[in-house]
Design a protein. Structure first.
Length: 197
């Protein structure tokens, strides 16, 4: 369809208006942004174009971790999304992008890495940004939704693993101190802890 002059004009019109309205490309607009802001902006870009293709009123309706096929994508909507992202970013994404990167989050990461490089966001900042997105997604789950219990259980397991890693680090530090201590230092420590002199 993109090869037909009438279709090319219709498909590229909205994106061209957006780019012309600012006079800057997406990458240029992100020049002064931090790595985390760029990462979030790319995700927002993918969500906005996804919402537009699906006829949704706002980008918030596009859940970052929900599969494109579950959102209602088919081959035609995949091409429309690809065309919109290509026009906005100047990239040459394949028509199969929603099948290669099955969620908005994965697609945004791919677009981000191609635009700014995979090393753009440091791991700690990326985790914090992901936690913010997760908090937004969780806030949209109603109390009656059965998935809420599964989400809670999964979060508790993640927290347990995080706490377990910290506990293991602390035990390792104590173990190293004991290994490095002399016999007299160990006996002094025991006497002080038990209150004996």
């Amino acid at each position: 369809m993109a090869d037909l002059p009438e279709a090319a004009g219709a498909l590229g019109g909205a994106a061209a208006e957006t780019a012309e309205g600012t006079g800057q490309s997406f990458v240029d607009r992100m020049a002064g942004a931090s790595a985390v802001e760029r990462s979030q902006a790319v995700l927002d870009l993918v969500r906005v174009h996804t919402a537009a293709v699906l006829g949704l009123r706002e980008a918030k309706a596009v859940e970052p971790l929900r599969a494109f096929r579950d959102l209602g994508f088919d081959s035609l909507t995949a091409v429309e999304l690809r065309n919109g992202l290509n026009a906005e970013t100047g990239m040459r994404l394949p028509a199969t992008l929603v099948f290669d990167y099955p969620t908005p989050q994965l697609l945004a990461e791919h677009v981000h890495d191609n635009l700014f490089g995979a090393a753009d966001v440091d791991p700690e900042a990326a985790v914090l940004a992901d936690l913010d997105r997760l908090a937004d997604a969780i806030s949209g789950i109603s109390q009656e939704n059965s998935a809420r219990g599964l989400v809670e259980a999964r979060l508790r397991r993640i927290l347990s693993e995080l706490g377990g890693a910290a506990e293991a680090d602390a035990k390792s530090a104590v173990s190293q101190q004991l290994d490095a201590a002399s016999d007299d230092e160990i006996f002094d420590f025991i006497n002080q802890e038990l209150g004996r002199s």
